[in-house]
Design a protein around this ligand. Structure first.
Ligand SMILES: Cc1ncc(C[n+]2csc(CCOP(=O)(O)OP(=O)(O)O)c2C)c(N)n1
Ligand code: SF4
Length: 534
């Protein structure tokens, strides 16, 4: 048996598990903490030699659908996104449970409790339950590797996409990984049933019954999964249910074999009802330790017949929001919390800011100058580095809701009579979800100015390639924006006055204008220069 260990981040372990598990492609849109899975595959020697397809997609929905297409053709595939990305891909995801898959398909979705770099902390296990597909939730990096590898097999065994749900800490911490023997890629093989993927109502109804029927198999798999186990203790009083990385926090507090309480580990879903029943026989009180929403806590409440005290995020034993850690868990288990060394003074928290020399800065300075004379105007922003326009010294944006919402919210506010109504969006976010909103604005002849701050990169997530590169003006013209009102400016301090003048002219125009501020992100530019040198 191979005992050599590779030291990998959780996200890298998933990338390695997918390569070793025989994928022919990965599809993804960047989003912390999932981005490095795809980057690992893009840069992995074996993956490159094998020709594993790995370019970034325009958004999570296109990524998911392309992955489903690769699965349709019989090949194994990985698709990755952050939790809010699954909102974008939800239509395809839910329906893919009804079509089922052909080649094995694993969806890795990375949740971000505590919102380190996200707009919310939704728990993707709800989506998995909603779609009625198997969910795997690793408690450590080795399991992240194994579950990706085996997730592809489980997907083929059940005929369903498998969700691998991870959270930030697991994604971004390292551990030694023992790898498995590499699986060969599948051959191209079309589905046996040519109607499988045609969700016309008559077929969809049939397929939905098949999905419901499969739930018995999923329950059997989860009750017998090696990732789920129950360890009874002599002490009948209390028991712990620990899910995913929550299990890791428990064993950081108690050595696995020394845990004085009955312990149920859950890392494969649907929740293992037979193991939960054993827990009920053995304990009078239970604490549920899970990262995210109280998914298992709620399930356990409805499964238990006798009156057992169930503690967790719902009853306040654990905080209702934010990520867990070993200390929070120790506290909930009534253990003494040992404080670590104090944070040195050198480490001070600083508010985030746009880099010095960033083109978004010159864009905001010009925009603020042009809007100076309007008392009621508002700027609706999107999500990217430019969202920092909400903070000093610019203090000029008033919204950031979801990708693409800048243009559509500016349009809605303009429909309500607000003028000027301005949208600020980046190049990547524009091709992710801005184009259709711009089409709505054109079709309604909305009175808005759309600023596309094009830095030729997906900078906020680390400088990935932007799908919009070289295409923005032609997309805007193609959607129907009058080419006379598509302006391209270079955001540099020396161009300040001319930029202000162009913005003022377009603010006065009644209709849809697009102003593209085009200059490469300076961080991406210096990375590119470094790479070209080496
Ligand atoms: C649905 C969704 N997917 C991914 C993300 C992660 N994310 C935040 S901003 C961003 C892209 C920003 O690119 P761009 O608009 O070009 O702005 P830049 O950061 O380059 O200035 C991404 C991928 C997210 N917040 N929501
Ligand atoms: S990373 Fe690039 S886009 Fe983001 S603030 Fe820095 S220079 Fe600007």
């Amino acid at each position: 048996m191979n005992t050599k260990k590779d030291l990998l981040l959780g996200v890298e372990a998933i990338g390695q598990g997918a390569i070793d598990g025989g994928i022919s492609g990965v599809y993804a849109y960047p989003g912390t903490p999932s981005t490095e899975i795809t980057e690992f595959i893009q840069n992995n020697k074996l993956a490159v030699e094998k020709g594993i397809r790995s370019k970034w997609s325009a958004n999570e929905k296109t990524a998911y659908e392309a992955a489903l297409g690769m699965s349709y053709a019989g090949k194994r595939v990985l698709v990755c996104m952050k939790h809010v990305g699954l909102n974008v891909a939800a239509d395809a995801f839910i329906n893919s449970a009804i079509t089922g898959i052909n080649g094995g398909m694993v969806l890795t979705v990375a949740d971000d409790p505590s919102m380190h770099s996200s707009q919310n902390e939704q728990d993707s296990r709800f989506y998995g339950k909603f779609a009625l597909v198997p969910i795997l939730e690793p408690s450590n990096q080795q399991e992240a590797y194994e579950m990706t590898f085996e997730g592809l097999q489980i997907s083929e065994e059940t005929g369903l996409p498998v969700m691998l749900r991870i959270t930030t800490r697991l994604a971004h911490s390292r551990s030694g990984i023992i790898r498995r023997k590499i699986t060969k890629e599948n051959k191209l093989q079309l589905p046996e049933d040519p109607t499988q993927f045609i969700l016309l109502p008559a077929i969809a109804r049939k397929r939905y019954k098949i999905l419901l029927e499969k739930q018995k198999l999923l329950a059997r798999l989860t009750d017998n999964s090696k990732y789920n186990f129950f360890r009874p203790a002599k002490n009948k009083k209390a028991g712990i249910i620990a899910c995913g990385i929550g299990y890791n926090y428990v064993i950081e507090n108690f050595n696995e074999k020394e845990c004085p309480y009955s312990l149920l580990k859950i890392s494969q879903y649907p929740v293992p009802e037979s193991l939960i029943a054993k827990m009920e026989e053995n304990c009078n009180e239970i604490i549920v330790i899970e990262e995210g929403y109280p998914v298992v806590e709620e399930a356990v409440k409805s499964l238990f017949s006798k009156k057992i005290l169930i503690r967790g995020r719902l009853n306040g034993a654990l905080p209702r929001d934010g990520e867990l850690n070993a200390d929070i868990v120790a506290n909930a288990l009534g253990k003494k919390v040992l404080s670590g060394p104090a944070v040195p003074d050198l480490v001070v928290s600083r508010p985030p800011a746009l880099c010095q020399g960033c083109g978004h800065r010159d864009m905001f300075k010009a925009l603020n100058s042009a809007l100076d004379k309007y008392t009621k105007g508002r700027i609706f922003s999107d999500i990217g580095c430019y969202t920092l326009g909400a903070l000093p010294p610019f203090n000029c944006i008033y919204s950031c809701v979801d990708m693409g919402a800048s243009i559509t919210m500016a349009k809605g506010a303009s429909d309500a009579g607000l003028a000027p109504s301005v949208a600020v969006i980046g190049d990547s976010t524009f091709t992710h979800s801005g184009i259709t909103g711009l089409l709505d604005a054109v079709n309604d002849n909305a009175n808005i100015v759309v600023i596309i701050s094009d830095n030729e990169s997906v900078s906020m997530t680390g400088g990935q390639d932007s799908s919009a590169f070289g295409k923005i003006e032609s997309i805007c013209a193609g959607v129907g924006v009058d080419p006379v009102h598509i302006k391209v400016l270079i955001p540099l301090p020396k161009n300040h006055d001319s930029m202000v003048q162009t913005i003022e002219e377009e603010l006065e125009f009644e209709g849809v204008s697009v102003i593209v501020f085009s200059r490469e992100c300076i961080q991406a530019a210096s990375r590119r220069r470094r790479e070209n040198k080496s």
